[in-house]
Design a protein around this ligand. Structure first.
Ligand code: PRX
Length: 648
């Protein structure tokens, strides 16, 4: 961490918002003044202004049973109503999504269209015996049906659990079992760089590992042969086409569950992060309005996947509740070539573009000729999320995508926080390349030391949130104790984010990456324990240690060290088999980039694997003190073997 801090300290460039932004931004400094005067009143105002309620709440925050906070607890509302119905009277023909399929097919979906599709699916779900409180797994690519499915669940009060299409059968089954989902919505396949991700086949694999699923709804997308089981599997088209395009929304309590989204923690078992209705909607609508400075005629593009929280908050709920016109793209950024995203920006005249640093680093590698081949002058605001952005990538984004004219918002938040917490505000903040700047109005963050004391300017420590906020997670599904242990046990009353952070001399916040055993691979969270557990489930493996090592493009890359049963020799075939095994267990995103086979793993005398040492070896750093090593010889052996076993 120290090395990173030193690098960041050298970054002194500052960029002030343009006059146009200062004069026209949605959020002014009054927002900070109001929130600082009375945070609760600030959030109450947002909730009452931004949400259409069936019954307005009389209480804002109930903190009587901390950390099980409740927001707006006697309010009643429906999120699908807030995203759709309420816009129809004036804006039925407004485009909700310009959808662009990877093969080049397109759809223009108005708010009226989206409403009707959602109602049809809602009615079909009800006929399949899905009701309020039931869990529905959604395992789809980025076609409009993923949005429709989420909103249909919200409409009838079912709880959605979207599982990223890159996860394997087993990972899907684990999530279905944990949530006891009774129905899964999937597709025959998803397009990915011209290939088909066999979604239905994966679902079939997971169904042999779970007994909860009663029905499967299948969207037709890629048209290859798939197997359909009579009575259990239903084509989406068949079960929705004769349904009514009206469906009365369920009246939901503010604290009813909206969704579960699984994310990696420090153990092998992913956590089901629970979000509820009104606080979540307050958080996402407020931040979407203030951070992206959304205007009525803007074309907005959040280039994330709905399988992750960014898609939930900033493709679906925030933008739709704010009546935004969005672009939604199905496929890979380099399909058919590296110009695809820039082509889409030019085609739809996108004004606001939100992506991840890992994507920006890939764009840098692909070359400026690709963005330069397109007219990107419609852009006025750029965002990033998911991992620390290095100043070089920030400057490249600023110069080559923003043409030095755009505000850049580096937004820090998490699946758990539900909405953006730390970010510049486009009309107010002077930005620095690589810094997320500071907490948003109504958010009280702190950087603390080991003892829980706040550190001062120029100092680093752990990022914490001092007071509850509306879109916070409510618990870990089925495991209240894990919720308390993971987030609220380090320092009393403080939410522990798991990130290292630092203030510079002016008090700007710089994020420094995870401080726990969670890796950040291309902005995706994967725990070292998950990959280790997948590796040791292979018959040849005795022990495994996994670390994230720094990587030029993906931020971190997965490096694994394994010892084998009965031998210390393995070959390239075994290494490929192990990589495939991890992919089968978790998904292709968790494939180790390198695997080193070793007779033994470096451990302390108490038997703890020395991850720091493995990380140093992988990154070819000079080794630190190894005197606590029980098996010191292993170091030189590992060093000689720490090469990429596969660079694909
Ligand atoms: O380590 C932080 C990093 O991503 C983690 C949250 O991951 P996830 O729940 O998957 O959500 C990602 C999208 C919101 C954080 O703990 N992270 C996220 N945004 C940033 C970031 N690190 C640095 N800068 C950011 N802007």
């Amino acid at each position: 961490m120290n090395e990173k801090i030193e690098n960041l300290l050298e970054e002194n460039r500052k960029f002030s918002p343009s006059e146009n932004l200062v004069n026209n931004a949605n959020a002014t400094s009054d927002w900070f003044t109001e929130a600082n005067e009375d945070r609760i009143e600030f959030w109450k105002k947002q909730a009452l202004e931004r949400i259409t309620w069936y019954k307005e709440p009389t209480e804002v925050l109930d903190d009587s049973n901390a950390p099980f906070y409740k927001w707006f607890k006697d309010g009643e509302l429906n999120l699908s109503y807030n995203c759709l119905d309420r816009h129809l009277e004036t804006d039925a023909d407004r485009v909700a999504f310009y959808w662009e399929g990877e093969p080049g097919d397109t759809q223009e979906i108005t708010y009226q269209d989206l409403y009707e599709r959602v109602c049809r699916l809602s009615n079909a779900l009800k006929k399949l015996n899905v009701g309020k409180g039931d869990r529905v797994a959604i395992y789809l690519g980025m076609t409009p049906e993923i949005v429709v499915s989420m909103l249909a669940c919200a409409r009838i009060g079912a709880v959605h659990s979207v599982v990223f299409g890159g996860f394997s059968s087993e990972a899907l089954a684990d999530r279905i079992n944990d949530a006891q989902a009774k129905l899964v919505i999937t597709a025959d396949g998803a397009w990915r760089r011209g290939d088909i991700v066999p979604l239905k086949e994966n679902v079939d694999g997971s169904l042999s590992l779970t007994e909860y699923i009663e029905n499967v709804i299948v969207v037709k997308r890629t048209n290859q042969e798939i197997s359909m089981v009579e009575g259990r599997d239903h084509w989406y088209e068949d079960i929705t086409k004769n349904e009514s395009s009206e469906c009365e929304p369920e009246v939901m309590n503010a604290e009813d569950m909206l969704y579960i989204l699984y994310t990696s923690g420090t153990t092998a078992k992913p956590k089901g992060i629970v979000h509820t209705q009104a606080g979540y909607l307050t958080g996402v609508t407020t931040t979407h309005h203030e951070v992206f400075d959304i205007k009525d005629d803007d074309i907005y593009w959040c280039a994330a996947d709905c399988g992750w929280v960014t898609g939930h908050s900033y493709i679906v709920y925030g933008p739709l509740a704010n009546k935004t016109t969005s672009v939604m793209y199905e496929g890979a950024p380099n399909a058919p070539d590296e110009k695809r995203l820039w082509n889409i920006i030019e085609k739809y005249k996108v004004n606001i573009f939100y992506t991840a640093p890992t994507a920006i680093r890939a764009f840098m590698k692909w070359g400026v000729e690709h963005p330069q081949a397109h007219d990107l002058s419609s852009l006025r605001l750029l965002g990033t999320v998911g991992e620390p952005i290095n100043p070089e990538a920030w400057m490249w984004y600023h110069q080559n995508i923003g043409n030095e004219q755009c505000a850049i918002v580096d937004t820090w938040w998490q699946t758990e926080t539900g909405s953006i917490m730390i970010s510049p505000l486009p009309g107010i903040t002077d930005t620095k390349p690589g810094s997320a700047c500071g907490p948003l109005p109504g958010i009280e963050s702190a950087i603390i030391d080991e003892k829980g004391n706040e550190v001062g300017k120029g100092e680093g420590g752990y990022l914490a949130i001092k007071t509850p906020w509306p879109s916070m997670l409510r618990t870990v599904y089925g495991d209240d104790q894990r919720y308390i242990d993971t987030y609220w046990s380090q320092h009393k009353g403080l939410y522990f984010a798991g990130d290292g952070a630092k203030y510079d001399d002016e008090g700007y916040v710089w994020l420094l990456g995870r401080v726990d055993d969670v890796m950040n691979i291309s902005g995706h969270r994967i725990s070292t324990a998950e990959v280790e557990s997948a590796l040791v489930s292979h018959e040849a493996v005795a022990e495994a240690a996994v670390i994230g090592r720094s990587d030029e493009i993906s931020g971190e890359a997965i490096a694994a060290f394994v010892s084998l049963i009965g031998t210390d020799q393995g070959d390239e075939n075994l290494i490929s088999e192990l990589r495939q095994h991890v992919s089968d267990k978790i998904g292709p995103i968790a494939k180790p980039k390198s695997i080193v086979i070793t007779a033994d793993l470096p451990k302390t005398r108490s038997g703890k694997i020395m991850r720091r040492l493995l990380k140093d070896i992988s990154e070819e750093r000079k080794l630190g003190d190894v005197t606590t090593l029980a098996n010191a010889d292993i170091v030189s052996e590992l060093q000689s073997r720490a090469i990429d076993s596969d660079d694909e």
